[in-house]
Design a protein around this ligand. Structure first.
Ligand code: BGC
Length: 759
């Protein structure tokens, strides 16, 4: 590694300022005289979108493998597979001479309407964090960098460049930052990309708290922070906040502003030097990996097929699947011929090849007769003629396969969906076909949940095939014919109706702001807490085999938070074919100081089992599995008490429960202050110690004052609750003439004892 410090010392102010803004839309600025090369970045995340001419922002990109998008990869719950995909992406980056791939994106799916949900993993921060980390580890293990994006609270496209996400600190930490935190700490991405939006009024690109205090100082992020493309408004303010590299370039105006700010003393040169240091470290790290050569197109296509099959989720199956060699198959729906396998926007990959779902089906169908009709048009317009054709086709077949893809225009960067429905034509088509052919399978291509209530009752099976990547057509055939036993499970809840969803009343905001009014309660946290029925719960997915859970155990029933606890369960394949089960562990806190979700995912494992085989799955739960973020303490805390460990096949299918007792090792400062109530004083151990002895006397006086005295009904008010919720200071105000000192002095004295001052 070059000596970065000596290079910085040799750089002119202009060179330093220039390094902090891109030279082109996709490359950083080289400093040739000092041997600093340029670094090339390209979009992802589920493929490499490298434009041949780095001087153009939007242009056709070079062919690369289009892997399934994040909705699908997260549904694999297979971190090893994500790692493998990351390695393949890195090989393509190397061949295409790309140093850093701009992904993965790990924002939460707050509303199913979010336009980029297909690029994001989950509604659950634990799952999203684990899969993002695995993806990053895979890419970076080959000496190629990643850009974890979009940091932070980027959950919608509506007014995406200016909207302010308004949320409380605890929700920010537990839900919206947590996956980033896991990925940063575990996998150390080379770069983190800041989001366009504001968080609580401050642009992410100028947000010192997010970029410096939390990301760099608290989490120890050592890489560079890059702006989303065009997210910088004030370059000097963004540098001060911790944004190291602005993209895209060139932007001489920015360089000038930075130079002038240093000269005028507005910007401390050490701030610029630190950004330069971070950029140089990554540029030299990237340069260590020789670029060029080829990648194995066929091997990567095969991997894309494997991942797609592994991420598809079998949502319903009355036994029709896997297909048992039907001789006449009605293939209905244009997505059977024209694969719908990715979404619109910056992640749009130019695929190396694309599987035709129809042709791949044909390959596995042997001598069966396949008849195709379009069913619905690309434009989405309703057509009774297409429905009539489909009915004819389905009626005479042994089985109907309905390939239903959401119109491309529905899911794209740049805008949110306005509903979660299939098109009216598609719904009418499904209903018409199932009316004449009960043996109908619906195969869905979409990047986020769709409502199914209108039609699911009539179909025999539903396969969620997602935006399945370029090899998805083959993967569908593999699953339909049982060459792959489906083992994906939902990484997000499928609601029954849009109006049931947690952010419904607050999405996408107005007046420049979007209020995260549902707080911690997104996804299953919300449906669980409110007991709202859903179409399919988080963590749900069927298999062609069945699994039994038994013999749950914990390493200890009582443990210290810092030690954690290990939970194990035996899982048996009780069916006739090999399959994979995703075992999930949720934690339920019996009692907590602040409100918590009924359950939170804290561990999972995917286990492959032959028929009849049993394996023991052991999962460790650490401090963070039990902790929550306490805004008053400004840290993650644990509390003594009992927790249920819920071992399940989905968030709604808990198979075994173990109850454990946690002892917190934290010594937290007292939160008592001038506004603390009598109840607060008595519940706080130190408060109880100093105020306890005075309590009876104080309380008797309250009763005398507000209770109307003995034998009187007073004013018909229950004094005890009322009194316990009064701040001690206010209580003393009413008792002023009986006190040895003023109420303020009395409380100050007690607080001094509690906080250990003045003794
Ligand atoms: C997107 C990023 C992308 C960048 C570069 C932005 O509009 O939000 O995800 O990496 O463009 O194309």
């Amino acid at each position: 590694m070059k000596n970065v410090q000596s290079i910085i010392a040799s750089m002119t102010l202009e060179e330093k300022a220039a390094l902090c803004t891109g030279a082109t839309p996709w490359t950083t600025t080289a400093v040739e005289r000092l041997g600093v090369p340029e670094m090339t970045v390209s979009d992802g995340p589920h493929g490499v979108r490298h434009v041949a001419d780095v001087n153009t922002l939007v242009a056709a990109s070079l062919p690369a493998t289009c892997f399934p998008t994040a909705s699908c990869t997260a549904s694999t719950w297979d971190v090893d597979l994500l790692r493998e995909m990351g390695q393949a992406l890195a090989e393509e980056c190397i061949a295409l001479k790309v140093d850093v791939v701009l992904g993965p994106g790990t924002n939460m799916k707050r509303s199913p309407l979010g336009g980029r949900n297909f690029e994001y993993f989950s509604e659950d921060p634990y799952l999203a964090g684990q899969v993002a980390a695995a993806f990053i580890e895979g890419v970076q293990s080959k000496g190629v960098g990643t850009s974890l994006k979009h940091y932070a609270v980027n959950n919608q496209e509506f007014r995406r460049m200016t909207i302010s996400a308004e949320l409380d600190e605890r929700t920010l930490r537990e839900i919206y930052l947590s996956a980033f935190e896991t990925a940063v700490k575990k996998a150390k991405p080379w770069t983190v990309m800041c989001a366009y939006n504001k968080v609580n009024g401050s642009y992410c690109s100028e947000n010192h708290k997010l970029l410096t205090e939390i990301l760099k100082e608290e989490w120890g992020f050592e890489g560079l922070v890059v702006s989303d493309w065009g997210a910088v408004h004030d370059r000097v303010a963004s540098l001060q906040a911790g944004l190291d590299l602005e993209m895209p370039g060139p932007k001489p105006r920015r360089t000038k502003a930075v130079v002038e700010a240093v000269r005028s003393g507005k910007l401390d040169e050490s701030v610029l030097n630190e950004a330069v240091r971070r950029i140089l470290e990554i540029v030299f790290k990237a340069a260590k990996t020789p670029k060029g050569g080829n990648f194995d197109i066929d091997a990567h296509h095969a991997l894309a097929r494997r991942i797609a099959a592994e991420g598809m989720v079998l949502l319903k199956n009355d036994g029709l699947l896997p297909l048992k060699n039907p001789q006449h198959i009605a293939v209905i729906g244009r997505a059977a011929q024209t694969a719908h396998f990715q979404g619109g926007g910056s992640s749009h990959i130019n695929p190396t090849l694309v599987d035709s779902p129809f042709k791949e089906l044909q390959k596995l169908a042997g001598n069966a007769e396949l008849n195709y009709v379009e069913g619905y048009s690309a434009s989405g317009e309703s057509s009774q003629a297409l429905i009539e054709q489909a009915i004819q086709n389905a009626r005479s077949a042994d089985v109907a396969l309905l390939y239903i893809a959401l119109p491309e225009s529905k899911e794209s960067e740049g805008h949110d969906r306005s509903d979660i429905d299939l098109t009216p034509q598609q719904v009418a088509l499904i209903k018409a076909v199932t009316a004449v052919q009960p043996k109908t399978v619906v195969i869905l291509n979409n990047g986020a949940p769709v409502a199914m209530g209108d039609w699911i009752g009539g179909v025999a099976a539903v396969l969620e095939a997602w935006m399945m990547g370029q090899a998805g057509g083959g993967a569908i055939a593999d699953v339909l014919y049982g060459r792959a036993n489906p083992s994906g499970k939902l990484a997000e809840t499928f609601p029954l109706r849009l109006i049931d969803t947690p952010a419904y009343l607050n999405f996408p905001g107005e007046n420049g702001e979007v209020r995260y009014g549902e707080g911690l309660f997104i996804g299953y946290r919300y449906y669980d807490a409110r007991q709202i029925p859903v179409q399919f719960p988080f963590g749900y997915g069927l298999s062609y085999t069945t699994f039994a859970y038994g013999n749950p155990k914990v390493s200890t029933t009582s443990f210290k938070d810092v030690d954690g606890v290990t939970v194990s369960v035996q899982v048996t394949n009780t069916g006739k074919v090999a399959g994979k089960e995703i075992v999930q562990v949720y934690v339920h806190d019996h009692k907590s100081g602040l409100v918590r979700s009924p359950k939170e995912l804290k561990a999972f494992a995917k286990v492959a089992l032959k028929p009849g085989e049993t394996k023991t799955v052991s999962l460790h739960l650490d401090f963070r599995a039990f902790a929550y973020y306490h805004p008053a303490y400004r840290q993650w805390i644990t509390e003594d008490g009992e927790f249920d460990l819920l071992i399940g096949a989905s968030s709604a299918d808990i198979r075994c429960t173990q109850t454990v007792t946690l002892q917190s090792t934290l010594e937290l400062p007292s939160l008592l202050d001038r506004e603390s109530t009598l109840r607060d004083w008595l519940e706080d151990p130190r408060g109880q110690h100093v105020f306890g002895p005075l309590f009876q006397q104080v309380y008797a006086q309250i009763q005398a004052t507000f209770g109307g005295g003995e034998g009187s009904e007073g004013i018909g008010m229950e004094v005890s609750d009322f009194a316990m919720d009064m701040p001690l200071l206010d209580v003393f105000e009413f008792q002023e003439n009986t006190l040895p000192a003023s109420p303020e002095e009395m409380v100050a004295e007690l607080l001094a004892q509690v906080h250990g001052k003045g003794q």
